[in-house]
Design a protein around this ligand. Sequence first.
Ligand SMILES: NC(=O)c1ccc[n+]([C@@H]2O[C@H](COP(=O)([O-])OP(=O)(O)OC[C@H]3O[C@@H](n4cnc5c(N)ncnc54)[C@H](OP(=O)(O)O)[C@@H]3O)[C@@H](O)[C@H]2O)c1
Length: 243
Amino acid sequence: MHRYQRLFPSPGEVTAADALATLRARERAPDGRPLVLADMVTSLDGRAAVQGRSRPLGTGADTEMLVELRTLADAVLVGPSTIGAEGYGDLAAREERRARRSAAGLAERPLTVLITRSGRIPWEAGLFAAAEQPIVIYSGTELAPPDVAAPVTVHRLDAPTPTAMLAHLRAEHGVRVLLCEGGPSLLHALLREGLVDELFVTLTPVVVGDDLQPRIVSGGPLDLELELRWVLRAGGELFLRYG
Ligand SMILES: NC(=O)c1ccc[n+]([C@@H]2O[C@H](COP(=O)([O-])OP(=O)(O)OC[C@H]3O[C@@H](n4cnc5c(N)ncnc54)[C@H](OP(=O)(O)O)[C@@H]3O)[C@@H](O)[C@H]2O)c1
């Protein structure tokens, strides 16, 4: 378990679980949609991937923060392109995580949620081979899932916007806390619709230097100013939380 030095607002040492418990995420779920947390990692030069994948960017402390955020969430939202690019599978493969979720009154595994306007889903991705991992897809087109191991539910929405999806997740799936793990296009859509309550950004001391790699938000101008809520440090990484 990593120890994180809190630099702001007050100095101290915390674990990821203890720091995140102070969010009181479940209690803060607004009416009509889940509380939305988002977590991204960025290089020093503002890149969100190395050769199309984010995994080379974060260290163990970053992974631990992400896993602890997942442990709070009823659902994890991921963009279809990210599902295709990264090695997604069972979101609570470890027994200890499932036990902690159960003890907290949550389902053993968070729902994985995808949203697509076009219906293009990377069915060959490892996520769909995880037989225990429930998946919900919001689609703007008729979608017939192929024969995959994971249990997949498709909801057709005439206007598959993040706002409509979140309202449905709260009303029909009882989702109170949702974690968005990107990618940059999906995060842009959530920010544009004013749906991100807490943004966690890991600044990792890596310089990518590749203009072709995405940034953590992508999709056109947004005029947003966020509030800094904490700064944690583990090794050379800074963990920033904004609201
Ligand atoms: N650094 C990090 O923390 C991090 C995290 C995640 C991903 N990444 C990296 O980001 C890259 C992938 O990101 P990405 O931006 O290409 O894809 P993405 O955000 O993962 O997925 C984009 C897809 O989301 C769907 N979508 C549904 N509703 C949308 C809406 N309202 N607006 C925009 N998209 C919507 C679109 O599918 P339809 O066209 O079918 O609607 C779109 O193609 C990969 O390189 C990955 O490694 C980095």
